[in-house]
Write a new protein. Structure first.
Length: 128
């Protein structure tokens, strides 16, 4: 990372913002095709078809949606009240450790590999 000295003397703030933005921009860098392959393991519990809930809610349109809002799915009280908007960062954190992110969630499977998570998220972004 290259840090430019700002005339205002706020180099450290500039560096922190640059690092933060670089990290956020890299989150959605996954491969949707690889993510679809990884998602095959999730398909036993989650559908990608709108309105088709299984053991877990449909993930059609999940990116940008508020947690606990799929019609016809019986969410845990924890997920209903979590008030999370699913985006790259929240999905990454949730998939890494669902119970740590939303204490009391019904989701009990995690995706430990950061690459696999990013691929799955890239795939979920295609399910508009």
């Amino acid at each position: 990372m290259r840090i430019a000295t700002l005339a205002t003397g706020r180099t450290a703030v500039f560096a922190v913002v640059t690092v933060f933005l670089s990290a956020a921009a890299s989150l959605a860098a996954g491969d949707p095709a690889a993510g679809q392959h990884v998602f095959a393991e999730c398909a036993g519990c989650h559908s990608t078809a709108p309105g088709e809930n299984k053991l877990g809610p449909s993930l059609a349109g999940v990116v940008g949606r508020k947690s606990g809002t799929v019609a016809g799915y019986s969410y845990s009280p924890a997920m209903k009240s979590a008030n999370v908007t699913w985006d790259d960062a929240t999905l990454d954190t949730f998939l890494a450790s669902p119970a740590s992110f939303v204490h009391g969630t019904k989701m009990f499977i995690n995706v430990p590999s950061g690459t696999a998570r990013q691929n799955v998220i890239a795939y979920l972004e295609t399910l508009k």
